[in-house]
Design a protein around this ligand. Sequence first.
Ligand SMILES: *Cc1c(COP(=O)(O)O)cnc(C)c1O
Length: 415
Amino acid sequence: MILDKIDENLIKLSKDSKEALKDIYQKIDEVCLYNSDRILEAFIENRVSYSDFADINGYGNFDEGRDKLERIFARVLGCEDALVRSQIMSGTNAIYLGLSALLKHGDTLLAISGDPYDSLLEMIGIYGDSNQSLKACGVKYEMIDLVDNDFDDEAIISRVKKGVKVVEIQRSRGYASRQSLAIAKIERIIKKIKETDPKVIVFVDNCYGELVEKKEPGHVGADIVVGSLMKNLGGGIATTGGYIAGRKDLIKEVAERLSAPGIGKDLGANFNQNINFFKGIFLAPNAVRNALKTAVFAAYMLEKLGYQNVDPKFDEERTDIIQTLELGSEEKLVEFSQGIQSSSPIDSFVKVMSAPMPGYPFNEVMAAGSFTQGSTIELSADAPIIAPYRLYMQGGLTLEYGELSILLALSNLQK
Ligand SMILES: *Cc1c(COP(=O)(O)O)cnc(C)c1O
């Protein structure tokens, strides 16, 4: 038994956590019920049927299941239309697809939550020399940093007045030390941007944020939102894929970029994934609930054990499933990640080491013992090898498996 290998003090702390975290868990349950309701309603409204799971091969014409699935994603995300495809291979791919469809030579992309996520830097052209970066295609990039973990309204509005095509917001912290941006903050800034210039396209990188709150960026005015199905909305069931949801006219542009003008959304074999995508979004509220509880549990344990730089704190409001922890050295990063890896259902025997990752600027340590390769709605931990050696942990399909992994990781640290 894994529990037999855990120190008594950790076991006791984890038992105490049940009482201490009761109210927080209850709030998470309430959001789960609310979002489950929205999703179930969308299934019923769209009359999902067994025949919608049919494997349509070849060109993938007339796939009614895919059409319904995309309507459900749109509805759940507060948008008019969506693309949900296995042809979208990751979050980065979804973001590049969206941005490169909407931004043409001479247009300006304005990032208003600081520089975006690491894997986007090369795509934008902030570094590297790709001929396919937005910069190489003549797109201008500007960035406005957050101030005290919130938008710099004044700077943003005065820049928007001078004309920009797309404003980019990253809801989740990604690999930055800042906090994630709650929907209320996103709502406030979108309202101001639209009052200043209604034509600006507000683009939200929604990765890790889906279903954490009752509202999504699409409900508060975002024009286009994107994410990966190896994260929240795949529910731990989808084995590949990504989504882009938003205004109907914009989704048309993006679909034509994905396939070709004249084809748009009409083609694309589903690789027999429809059932996984339907089941994935159906189970996503529960996966997100368990990921959130696992994160809260980890934060609680670490705080009680005296770790200072745990962020968010166990009792802070959350808008994504990421939990960070500063461990101070590469060695400790590896020890903690090894605990997560050793208690994973898949590849538990693997030794964690730091290594380069395609698209990421620093070496990374990564614990990922998941059924779907690289899935981060399943419990996973990763860290760029650079001071202050901050670990990013996310996912957890059940709280029980999450607890076991966290306990083993903590035991490893205390040795
Ligand atoms: C994960 C993530 C991405 C990129 O998604 P991949 O599927 O890893 O390519 C982009 N932005 C944020 C905020 C993310 O968390």
